[in-house]
Design a protein around this ligand. Sequence first.
Ligand code: NDP
Ligand code: HSE
Length: 423
Amino acid sequence: LYNIGILGFGTVGSGVVELILKNNGNIEKKGGLTLNIKKILVKDKVKKRPEYIKELITYKPEDIIYDPEIDLVVEVMGGEEPALTYIRQALKNKKHVVTANKEVISKHGRELLELALQNKVNLLFEASVAGGIPIIIPLKESLIANEFGNIMAILNGTTNFILTQMEENKVEFSQALEMAKKQGYAESDPSADILGLDAARKIAILASIAFNVRITPDKVYTEGINGISYTDINYAQELGFTIRLIAEAQRTKDGIFVLVAPVLLRKEHPLSAVKDVYNAVIVEGDAVGRLMFYGKGAGKMPTASAVVSDIIKALKTDEKNRLNCTCFRDERVLPIELFRSAYYFRIKAMDKPGVLSKISGIFGKNDINLYMVIQKNSINNIAEIVVITYETTFKNIQKAVDEINSLDDIAEVSNVIRVKEEV
Ligand code: NDP
Ligand code: HSE
C-alpha cells in the first residue's frame, strides 16, 4: 500500500482522486500496488468540497511534504510558486513527485531532476505536455533508439478551440474567446494560452527531451493568436489553408530553432485536421520516421489519466530504471532572424497607380520572391492586398514590414503569418 499526498484539488486534482477511487482495484491487478490518498492540500477554506474528501483536506503543506508515511506527492496546484518550493521540499524529503506543471518543469526541470537523482526518488511530468497524450515517456523510453530532428505540434487546446471556432462559425477572435470561456476551456485569465506562453513552455520541455539539449521557455520565439482576425482565416480558407498555433522545433547542423507562432497550413496537412481542444504532436525519428500522437490535450479526466499512470510508474521504477535528465548535449538555440519560411502578408494600400510597384519593389530589395499576389476588396479607395512569398529569412520579412509601414499613408501591413506549403 502506498500513501499519496495531493497538492491541489481543482480540475486536475479532482480528476486524479476520482480516477484512483474508480480504478484502484484494477490498478492493483495490473500494477501490483494499491494507492491510498492520505491528504489533499487546498487553499480556500470557504469553497465547498465533496463529502468523500472532507477528512483528507488540509490547508498546511507540511502535513503532506513532511509526513514520513507519504511515499509520493502529486503537485497539481499550478503556477511557479509555491509549487516549486513544495516540489523541492518533497524531493529533499525523499518522496517521489508527479506534476502536471509545465511552468515549473520548463523553467526548473534540470535542477529538479538532479535533486530527484540525489535523493534516489522519481520525478515524472507526463501531464505537463499535451494533457492525456503519452509523449514524454514514449520519447524517453519507447523511442530511445532514435535521433530526432523535428517536432511539429499543436500543444494548446484553448487556442486550437478558438481558431477552429473562428474557422467553422465565421466569428471574430473575441467571440470565439467568449465561447471558450463558456465551455470552461479558457481560464478566467487566458493570457498564457492566447499569447502562446503555455505552448512555449510545452515545446521547451519536448525539444529538451527529443534533442537532449536543455531549452528553457525564454529561448522560444513566441507569438500568440491575438493578432489573428476572421479576415485572415477567411483568406487562408480561400487559398486552401487553415490557421493553427504551431509549436515547432528543428535541429540543424548549426543549432536549434524553437518557436511558437500561428501558421497557414495546407488543408491536407495532418495538423489541419486537429480541431477544438485536441492536441497533436508529430515527431520525426531517424529510424522510425514520422509519428503522430493525437488526443485530448487538456481537461479533467484526460490529464488525470497521465498523472495516475505517472504515479504507478514512479512507485514501480527502481534506481536502475530511473528516468533522469537526458540533456547531455550543449547546442545553441539559433536567432529567429535566421529561420526560413514562406509568409502570408495582408496589406492595406491606396488603390492608385504605382502603389503595388512600390510594395513589390520593397519585397524585391529584401530578397523576397513573391509566389502569389491578389488584390482583394477595394473600399473607399483602400485595397486589401494578399501576398504569399517563397521561403526567405525572418530577418528579410521584418525589414520588408518596416519599409512597407514607412510608406506613410500609402500602405500598411495588417498581418504577417508563416506559411507551410509541405504536408
Ligand atoms: P485549478 O486552478 O483548477 O486547481 C488548482 C488547485 O490548487 C485548487 O484546488 C487550489 O485550491 C489549489 N491551490 C492553488 N494554489 C494553492 C496554494 N498556494 N496552496 C494550496 N493550494 C493551492 O488548476 P488545474 O487543475 O486546471 O491545473 C493544475 C495544474 O495542472 C497546472 O499546473 C496546470 O497547468 C496543469 N494542467 C492542467 C490541465 C487542465 O486541463 N486543467 C491540463 C494539463 C496540465 P482551492 O481549491 O482552494 O482554490
Ligand atoms: N490551458 C491549457 C490548454 C491546459 O488550453 O491547452 C492544458 O495544459
